[in-house]
Design a protein around this ligand. Structure first.
Ligand SMILES: [Zn+2]
Ligand SMILES: [Zn+2]
Length: 343
């Protein structure tokens, strides 16, 4: 393997004469390296939020400096010009710092590649400074629609970090969030549960209750579509039809999503013994401004204990695990999803 890679690494790292062809080559080689260097700031970003909640005053102070960024672009997803300068000094410059360090380290392997990566980082940094911090990720958003699931970040994904600052730390590549389990917020969102009377449903509701600061809304005892206005995530946890069918709940969500300014989510999770599909797959869909996720847990010789099944469901949610992306163009998958939810 190393013999196979050797000509490739040599071609990339060799300090060939710089001509127009070499510049184009270096630019394309620097692009993935720049993306990788942004992940370093994702780690710093997470650390700053972690420090802000520390019992130690010094750490709280250091972590609190990042608050300037959240004051500049608030949870209302609007720009607050009074904080522009503080955002520049306390967020944009520190975001650039880890990238520069990465390029300097890279120069030890290849001066040209390190310089090319630094040039790209500097270009992007200068552009953000010239935009006064209002880069593509930080422009006012009145209605935030569901984000398309990709490995690369989007403005809609980053907006979720400003709405729920304890999650969604990844900026340009979502590796950090998906590995660390911060790709979905359980803490600040309001959950409503249908099918919470089963053992599995009870465990899921309990686990959500432990993670969220809001009490879980029991939609079984008051099955009304109006109750959807009080929640951010609808969880359907039983295939058995209640007073309102799953189709009615989903239609209610689709209708309500037209009025909402923040995306609504629907999670379909059922324990393995009532599910015919095998494999550790969660399916994720996006339609009519609603994010759908469905979770399927692995089947084995023994059914999973409800408590374990509940923990795994939330773990899949936190890591944004999905089997496929469903959108308006994907009629075949849409039909399959509709079949799953019994439409
Ligand atoms: Zn931001
Ligand atoms: Zn932040």
């Amino acid at each position: 393997m190393s013999e196979l890679l050797h000509p490739l690494t040599e071609a990339i790292l060799a300090e060939a004469p710089v001509n127009a062809q070499r510049v184009v080559f270096l630019f394309f080689a620097a692009l993935p390296l720049w993306l990788f260097s942004t992940v370093l700031f994702d780690v710093v970003h997470w650390s700053l939020h972690w420090m802000a909640r520390s019992p130690w005053r010094l750490l709280r102070f250091l972590g609190g400096l990042h608050q300037a960024h959240h004051e500049f672009f608030g949870a209302d997803l609007q720009t607050h010009g009074d904080y522009r300068f503080r955002n520049m000094v306390l967020h944009i410059v520190p975001e650039f710092g880890p990238q520069v360090l990465f390029s300097f380290a890279l120069m030890l392997c290849s001066l040209q590649l390190g310089m090319a990566t630094l040039a790209l980082q500097t270009l992007i940094f200068v552009r953000i400074v010239l935009q006064g911090g209002n880069d593509a990720y930080h422009r006012p958003i009145d209605v935030l629609t569901a984000y398309p699931r990709r490995w690369l970040g989007t403005a809609r994904y980053h907006a979720l970090h400003h709405l729920y600052p304890h999650s969604y730390f990844s900026a340009y590549v979502l590796v950090f969030d998906r590995l660390l389990g911060t790709a979905c917020d359980l803490e600040a969102r309001r959950f409503g549960v249908v099918g919470g009377q089963s053992d599995f449903g009870r465990e899921v509701a309990l686990a959500i209750g432990r993670s969220s600061v809001h009490p879980v809304v029991d939609l079984d005892s008051a099955p009304s579509l109006d109750a959807l206005k009080r929640i951010d995530v609808l969880m359907l946890l039983d295939t058995a039809e209640g007073p309102l069918s799953q189709s009615r709940w989903l239609d209610g969500c689709r209708t309500l999503s037209q009025e909402r300014k923040r995306p609504l989510e629907v999670w379909l999770a059922v324990p393995e013994h009532s599910h015919e599909w095998n494999g550790l797959v969660s399916k994720w869909a996006l339609a009519s401004g609603v994010i759908f996720r469905s979770f399927e847990l692995p089947s084995g010789p023994q059914p999973l204990a409800p408590e374990i099944a509940a923990q795994r469901t939330l773990s899949l949610a936190r890591r944004d695990r999905s089997g496929f992306l469903l959108n308006g163009n994907s009629a075949r998958l849409a039909a399959r999803f509709d079949q799953l939810i019994g439409r």
